[in-house]
Ligand binder design. Sequence first.
Ligand SMILES: Nc1ncnc2c1ncn2[C@@H]1O[C@H](COP(=O)(O)OP(=O)(O)OP(=O)(O)O)[C@@H](O)[C@H]1O
Ligand SMILES: [Mg+2]
Length: 238
Amino acid sequence: MNEKELVLEVSELTVNYGATSALKSVDLFAHKGEIVGLAGPNGAGKTTLLETIAGFLRQKEGDIRLFGTQINEFPVLKRRMMGVVLVPQERNNFPYMTVSENLDVGGIINCKDVNKRLIEEVYQLFPVLHTRANQLAGTMSGGEQRMLAIGIGLVSNASILLIDEPSTGLAPKMVTRLFETLGSIKELTGKTIVLSEQNIGVIDIADRVFGIEAGEVRFCEKTEDLDRDIIRDLYLGK
Ligand SMILES: Nc1ncnc2c1ncn2[C@@H]1O[C@H](COP(=O)(O)OP(=O)(O)OP(=O)(O)O)[C@@H](O)[C@H]1O
Ligand SMILES: [Mg+2]
């Protein structure tokens, strides 16, 4: 396996909502097995970027490449079949189905054996989902539902997981646990993860961080080279 294989390459991406420009010539890339953090304040364009990569929004200009193939005009389902999976911030489960039914649906395009194995892996990562397998998803706590959403993403057998602000609404202790789990997902599965986050703790698990503000990339740094003050300025203002 080539560690440096480029899974996702976004170049000069511009996305508008009517006359308003939400992304302005954004560049972003992710190598195989990397966790890429997408940091930025409210309204920076993080969700817009992830939704455009997954195909829910269309770019005005620019290019999106997956394993070198241009996917600009591919519909959501085709991108999904190629391994692009978005874990949205909200409305990310079927509330009137049980935890285990949600996981079955998440892996619906896999063959039965693969799905069984992936669900077992998810239960290992998030034991609470195993304990609560027969509980209706909508009755799980906020943190448990967040774990379920990530679990659904994992059973989908993605080659790249786009996770939109997984820590929102979680208690600090839960955030730490969630980040640890995402780190172990990377170690165990070698998945490529692009993670939008407002929680500064993301720099503890990300290999690289893109800082985005007002629709523009302000920096792209390897985490070890990152100046924490830059991140603080990005969130708190100078
Ligand atoms: N459907 C829409 N119509 C018009 N403007 C929109 C729409 N969706 C988002 N925007 C605007 O685009 C900009 C980027 O929004 P986006 O949701 O991508 O930001 P974000 O970085 O995900 O913010 P947050 O951290 O609050 O989730 C914001 O100014 C927002 O108001
Ligand atoms: Mg958002």
